[in-house]
Design a protein around this ligand. Structure first.
Ligand code: SPD
Length: 388
């Protein structure tokens, strides 16, 4: 394009020169050469070429951070945390040293209200335009005006199984209609304990699914409901082999045959088991009463030392090809509409990644808990875990 403009300008000068010779007229004013369009401005970056990111494990495609570093010259320090509780404790303590963190919206709402995050500089994130407006509208419940949060991915908390091992352990007993029975109903857990039942090790992961199972609001803020959930959980406590922070490897490596786990992590475990030579079928189930949706979101901490580098990374991640890569490699759906269009057909058509509309309608959307409720929930969870 630039070449064409310059060529046209040169041609105009040449024609003007030719005309002057033929007509011997007074020299015309020199034809102005069209100015070349300004090169597009690069991203605004901080003087210190560093970016500190704190994210969940197994969530970033291989090579993505290196590609950002190569393009921008920014050195990324990338650390991981296993639970929302762990991230929240760091944020509340302050001076995290992190620029970008990736809380679930269940916690992010309180973190925004507590002034722990800074508003996005949206003019530095043009790729926000690629996001699915429906998802962004959903996020306004946690983040009015979409001022602070940008989705990394979404997914759901569900039951993951090693089908091969579960069928064997059930020994002819049919699979339940509601997959939550596999982890909450003594009739099933008493059989499945032989091949390993694993729960995510976090109060805000287990109590909400337990509440949902007993027919209560998964996001109840009422401690009496946690007591009811605790009573139900107590009946299966002896059958639970582990509370896991390394669920992918625990499923893939055969320590657990059934788990309360995150959808994409079960898909990663399936791939990892295959890579390790296992022929077992591992899958994320879609419980008949619904699974719990979560949104994990990028946010810039209030005391981020490299806020502009953070905005540049967010914009980089929101490029359609990068959002698609996240879904393709990590097995979680992207909330990036332009990116979703580039997802590989085998991922786009996997109903445990991009769930179908009729199942989506059954799923439980995220909400949030008060600080007091979270404390009561942690007490109920710890008592359950200790078997008291
Ligand atoms: N491997 C990535 C796991 C991300 C899980 N985030 C889940 C938050 C659910 N509340």
């Amino acid at each position: 394009m630039k070449k064409h403009i310059l060529a046209a300008a040169a041609l105009a000068v040449l024609l003007a020169a030719c005309g002057k010779k033929e007509e011997a007229a007074p020299a015309p004013a020199p034809t102005p050469v069209a100015a070349a369009p300004a090169a597009p401005a690069g991203p605004v970056l901080d003087a210190e070429k560093t970016l500190n990111i704190y994210n969940w494990p197994d969530y970033v495609p291989e090579g993505m951070i290196a590609a950002f570093e190569k393009e921008t010259g920014i050195k990324v320090n990338y650390d991981t945390f296993e639970t929302n509780e762990a991230l929240n404790a760091k944020l509340v303590a302050g001076n995290t040293g992190y620029d970008i963190v990736v809380p679930g919206t269940v916690f992010a709402k309180g973190q925004i209200e507590g002034g722990l995050m800074q508003p996005l500089k949206k003019d530095q994130i043009p790729n926000l335009a690629n996001m699915d407006p429906a998802i962004m509208a959903t996020l306004t419940k946690a983040d009015p005006g979409n001022a602070h949060l940008v989705p990394w991915a979404w997914g759901f908390t569900t039951v993951g199984i090693n089908k091969t091992k579960v069928e064997k352990a059930l020994g002819g007993m049919a699979m339940p209609e509601n997959a939550w029975d596999l982890v909450f109903k003594p009739e099933y857990t008493s059989k499945l304990k032989s091949c390993g039942i694993a729960y995510l090790d976090s109060p805000t992961e287990i109590i909400p699914v337990a509440l949902h199972y007993i027919g209560k609001d998964a996001y109840s803020n009422d401690p009496a409901d946690y007591k009811a959930a605790g009573d139900m959980l107590a009946k299966v406590r002896k059958d639970v082999r582990m509370f896991s922070s390394t669920m992918i490897d625990d499923i893939a490596g055969g320590k657990a045959c059934v788990a309360i786990a995150w959808s994409g992590d079960v898909n990663i475990a399936a791939g990892r088991a295959k890579e390790n030579g296992s022929a077992d079928v591992i899958e994320a189930l879609l419980p008949s009463t619904g699974a719990l949706i979560f949104f994990d979101t990028m946010a810039v901490t209030k005391d981020a030392k490299h806020p502009n580098n953070a905005m540049a990374f967010i914009d980089f991640f929101l490029r359609p090809e990068n959002a698609a890569l996240m879904s393709n490699e990590m097995g979680y759906p992207t909330g990036n509409k332009a990116g979703a269009a580039l997802v590989k057909p085998e991922i786009a058509n996997n109903k445990t990644i991009f769930v179908e509309a009729d199942y989506f309608a059954k799923m439980i959307p995220p909400s949030s808990f008060t600080n007091e409720a979270r404390e009561a929930m942690a007490n109920a969870y710890n008592a359950f875990k200790k078997g008291r």
